[in-house]
Write a protein that binds this ligand. Structure first.
Ligand code: SF4
Length: 572
């Protein structure tokens, strides 16, 4: 066994025994000639690997903010009642083990859970009872699982739809050109990475093409984990062939012979579909050797299943994970195009980026250029969830206003909108005329809408708890900063925050942005820092009236009473 095969080996044990035992760890460590601690370090990094025995049925209930607002607590209690187990305990005598988990890509159908990675959506206490009864009565999970696909709620008029149009296998590959012509085409279409970083795809591909690396690797990041994002799931389900075509085009440009799809474990139910697509492409001579009859155009794609880690969506963490390690982001010394998978020049693009590249070859740059804005050409997929009547996938023309999107999704008294997930930007009602595009409000894919009845502190607490849990902890600004910001939110909740705390929130946000190693730490404070300004009225009401310069003996109860009185007075 090679080190790069470690995740698959761990999955073998996890799937077979429900956990990875000390004996298994020893066996693996010996075969890799590393310490058992090294292997334990990898196992404990990922949420879905366990070192203690679990029940036959492992239930992962999503605890993201949309789920919280749609009844997470009720569903959690229902699972505990029906199974007789408690969450986040191993319940070793039961056939069930229950765990909370972060976003599972079903925000449009919350509350949702995975049971042995089968999806169960739109849960109610009654539905939970039925599911658990059926499991106890021996029904297979496959026979009772929910549909996971998200509704495609909107595409622009036919001559502006880029992604969700008819697909015919191999159509984009018919337009294969020389590497430099393809790079030129992608550059003209102004395609940038659709995962959230928005780096120029043409430049990335060119760096890899020009690299002297003897082996090159194409990696598809199918690990969308930003809470509220589920659009890549829809692409993997509806257009797996188009994704493969995008990767094949990238391989043709760079000379790569090897490709990976790094699929988040939360989407394990899509594995078979992707494998079928790869088999069909191999059968048709579109993957394998001498692709399309072009001599020495050899390219193969493998699928690597992740194991539950948000930070692995960061490209340098993803590569570490692909190499069988903890998904700790590498130091930003070299881009993956210089030092990627096993040191080879590698391209990492997300699902939507490869698909858009394939459509660009198929439709031509003139078609794409007529759509969108000056800097953002074509369309963008967004996933809308929260307080809207029509949650789901929207293929929007770049430049659409937030107001228009709220109208399309039939938002219910929108008050607070989170663009690009918790790491993105929050906006208030005065900003609804802003437009989604590079020139204004860039969006990686998640849009969460909340109405006035929702607690902004609860939103922020959920976000910060998420980042605190998902930080890999390797650098101090992120490890400590997320914890400190979380504590500030607790202080707000207790009515003890002062103006100094608000200033410290901003200072910490700045420190984290400037000094964290990767995107997680650089962006995790965004939402809170923006919210205290954009929803100033809301936060002002929560600032403690205590004189912060007084050196007082702290009396929590008195402070809470003072605060309650203060609120009553201001409300009168
Ligand atoms: Fe890890 Fe956070 Fe540092 Fe990223 S910023 S490397 S997640 S500790």
């Amino acid at each position: 066994m090679e080190r790069k095969d470690l995740l698959n080996k761990l999955w073998e044990f996890q799937n077979k025994y429900g956990y990875i035992s000390k004996t298994a760890i020893k066996e693996i460590a010996q075969s890799l000639n590393v310490s058992t601690i090294e292997i334990e370090g990898v196992i404990t990094f990922y949420h879905f690997f366990h070192t203690k025995p679990t029940g036959k049925f492992i239930i992962y209930l999503n605890n993201s903010i949309v789920s919280e607002f749609k009844g997470f607590q009720q569903i959690k209690s229902a699972f505990e009642k029906e199974t007789g187990c408690f969450f986040n305990e191993y319940n070793q005598d039961s056939i069930f083990s229950l765990f909370e988990t972060s976003c599972i890509g079903l925000s449009d159908q919350e509350p949702a859970a995975l049971i042995n990675f089968h999806p169960f959506t739109n849960l109610t206490p009654k539905k939970v009872k039925t599911i658990i009864d059926k499991i106890k009565n021996g029904r297979t999970l496959k026979s009772i699982e929910s549909k996971f696909d998200s509704k495609i709620q909107y595409t622009p008029s036919n001559n502006k739809t880029v992604i969700f149009r008819d697909y015919k296998i191999g159509k984009s590959l018919q337009n294969l050109k020389s590497a430099s012509k393809i790079i030129d085409l992608i550059a003209k279409s102004k395609l940038t990475g659709r995962g959230g970083a928005f780096f120029s795809t043409a430049l990335k591909w060119k760096y890899c093409k020009d690299s002297l690396s003897t082996n090159k690797v194409i990696i598809c990041n199918a690990d969308e984990g930003e809470p509220g994002t589920f659009k890549d799931k829809s692409l993997l389900n509806n257009l797996p062939g188009l994704l493969l075509e995008g990767m094949i085009i990238a391989a043709h440009v760079t000379g790569a012979k090897k490709g990976f799809i790094y699929l988040r474990a939360e989407y394990k139910y899509l594995l078979e579909k992707l494998e079928d697509a790869i088999n069909e492409f191999e059968y048709r001579g579109l993957l394998g050797n001498d692709i399309l009859g072009i001599e020495n155009f050899n390219f193969k794609i493998d699928i690597q299943l992740g194991a539950g880690s948000y930070v692995c969506g960061e490209e340098k963490a993803l590569i570490e994970s692909l190499e069988g390690k903890r998904g700790v982001p590498r130091i930003q010394k070299h881009f993956p195009t210089v030092n990627g998978f096993l040191g080879h020049s590698s391209i990492v693009n997300n699902v939507e980026t490869f698909i858009k590249a394939a459509r660009t070859l198929e439709l031509g740059v003139n078609f794409i250029s007529k759509i969108g804005t000056e800097n953002s050409k074509g369309t963008k997929l967004v996933s809308i969830s929260g307080d809207v009547a029509k949650p789901g996938i929207y293929e929007i023309e770049w430049g659409i206003s937030v107001r228009e999107l709220l109208k399309l999704s039939e938002a219910l008294s929108p008050y607070y909108v989170q663009i690009s997930g918790p790491s993105g930007e929050c906006i208030n009602h005065t900003e609804f005329d802003r437009t989604i595009c590079d020139e204004d409000l860039i969006c990686g894919g998640s849009i969460m809408v909340f109405n006035r009845s929702r607690s902004i502190l609860q939103i922020q607490e959920n976000f910060m708890n998420f980042f605190k849990m998902e930080s890999c902890g390797v650098c101090t600004p992120c490890r400590a900063g997320n914890q400190i910001l979380f504590e500030k939110i607790q202080k707000f909740k207790r009515g003890l925050c002062t103006q100094t705390d608000v200033e410290e929130i901003k200072q910490w946000g700045n420190i984290m942005k400037l000094t964290s190693r990767c995107g997680l730490g650089k962006t995790s404070s965004n939402s809170l820092v923006m919210a205290v300004d954009k929803f100033k009225e809301y936060f002002d009401l929560k600032i403690s009236p205590l004189n912060e310069n007084q050196n007082i003996e702290f009396d929590m109860e008195a402070a809470i009473n003072d605060y309650d009185n203060f609120i009553k007075e201001t409300q009168n």
